[in-house]
Design a protein around this ligand. Structure first.
Ligand code: P5A
Length: 434
């Protein structure tokens, strides 16, 4: 994308309405724009990050054996009456009527819809286990939407739903998602800690929230320091049971589940209390939806059993803000390579100069669709500031002196390290990191 023609608007001023850092940076870097309270449009750079985050989530769901579908955002009230949740859900649910005066709603989650959908096909125990997921917009009319996309009213969620014949099978499905979540967040450069959690309106008795530590987080959390040392990508060969056994062998709880006595029993030097952001939440709720909604299959012995179900959520749009909370400095965002909107920004310090233009164009051509070329007639300082603010992992600075020698100055955003390299080596260095 050439900045002279791109829609990548940055703001110099800090917007007054933004209380937390990620929200301020998302507005200043031109990632999002509010269209009504708690509802946001995603601008090109933001949309690219959102898409990258969703893609990592998708790859890890697929790897864990879940299958992607896409269910509608609009649901019928009748479906929710069958589970008994229509009246319970309260004001958070956006209720709508169509022209035939039928009661509809904008889905806050999809347990009912997926149960009804799967029920149409699942007849015998051989049709299970299955895990179906989608990445779809949700609407919850939150009392206090705040912190930008961190707590929005409309937000993008990945929600997966597992169907098993037995409780033990359902626990295995739960553990597979548990492990997949650790990998998912690690690939985004985040350390997410699973914690025992309350189940709220989703229901069930086994539940974990995945929390990343950040000072601005809404949740207060308590954990054993051993958990901070676990590396989900390095421990890739561990089976799902071993992973979950490790995590549940050490203390970790949110405020609501905190147990003072258990906490006091941990040596003080091993305790960590912090604030965190909930980026995922998984539930095992058995027959809560399958029984009232009639999702039953024939078991091996001829008996009829209601499916054992779980659901597994990831806040995809919230993650964009959470990654910024975890990775920024005074100048702006520092995107991990895996989710960055572009692999690199090419800063041509003298547009119109044959040598800088030539080198900049060559470098730009090496990253089709994945670089921004700052070809604007702007001061060098403004170009540096914008590139730092948007947080491109690499900046390739091309000035007349370097261009005369055929070299670019490569800056790594995360460390500030700079190195002068001939073009081909600069390309290789950037591609090697991604
Ligand atoms: C699990 C999947 C559920 O809805 N049903 C389907 C279950 N869980 S949850 O915890 O309520 O939500 C899952 C994740 O969605 C994100 N999230 C939000 N993100 C932005 N704004 C919101 N208002 C919001 N509400 C929930 C969180 O990351 C949560 O873990």
């Amino acid at each position: 994308m050439r900045l002279s023609r791109a829609f990548l608007p940055t703001l110099k001023e800090t917007p007054a309405e933004a209380e937390v850092l990620s929200h301020r940076l998302m507005l200043r870097a031109g990632l999002i724009r509010q269209t009504s309270a708690g509802i946001y449009a995603w601008l090109p750079a933001g949309q690219r990050v959102l898409r990258n985050v969703a893609q990592i989530v998708r790859e890890e769901q697929d790897r864990a054996g879940a299958q992607e579908i896409l269910m509608p955002t609009i649901q019928s009230a009748e479906l929710w009456r069958r589970s008994g949740r229509y009246d319970d859900y309260g004001k958070e649910m956006l209720r709508i009527r169509d022209r035939g005066d039928r009661e509809m709603l904008y889905g806050p989650t999809n347990e009912e819809m997926v149960t009804d959908l799967f029920k149409a096909y699942a007849k015998s125990y051989r049709d299970l286990p299955r895990n179906l997921y989608h990445i779809q917009w949700k609407f919850r009319d939150e009392v206090r939407p705040r912190f930008g996309v961190m707590r929005g009213r409309e937000f993008l969620m990945k929600d997966a739903y597992s169907f098993d014949v037995t409780p033990e099978g359902a626990r295995e499905s739960y553990r597979a998602m548990f492990r997949a979540y650790l990998r998912t967040f690690a690939r985004m450069g985040l350390k997410a800690i699973p914690m025992q959690a309350d189940t709220g309106p989703i229901g069930g008795d086994l539940s974990h929230e995945f929390i990343i530590l950040a000072e601005t987080g809404e949740s207060v959390v308590y954990l054993h320091r051993d958990l901070l040392a676990f590396d989900a990508l390095a421990n890739d060969d561990m089976d799902a049971k071993a992973v979950m056994d490790f995590w549940t062998s050490r203390y970790a709880a949110t405020d609501e589940k905190h147990d003072e006595a258990a906490w006091d029993a941990i040596p003080e030097a091993e305790r960590v209390s912090a604030r965190g952001i909930e980026v995922g939440h998984i539930f095992y709720f058995g027959k809560k939806y399958s029984a009232p909604m009639g999702l039953q299959v024939a078991g091996a012995d001829g008996s009829t059993v209601a499916a054992e179900m779980g659901s597994y959520g990831i806040g995809v749009s919230r993650l964009v803000a959470a990654i910024i909370e975890a990775s920024h400095d005074d100048e702006g965002i520092i995107w991990p390579d895996s989710v960055a909107p572009f692999a690199c920004a090419i800063l041509n310090l003298k547009p119109g100069d044959a040598a800088t233009d030539g080198l900049a164009e060559q470098l730009y051509a090496a990253f089709p669709g994945n670089a921004v070329l700052d070809d604007r007639e702007e001061r060098a300082g403004a170009k540096f500031a914008d590139a730092d603010l948007i947080g491109h992992p690499w900046q390739a600075v091309i000035g007349p002196r370097g261009a005369a020698r055929g070299v670019v100055e490569l800056k790594r955003r995360a460390t500030g390290e700079r190195v002068e390299l001939p073009l081909a080596e600069a390309v290789a260095r950037i591609k090697g990191a991604a």
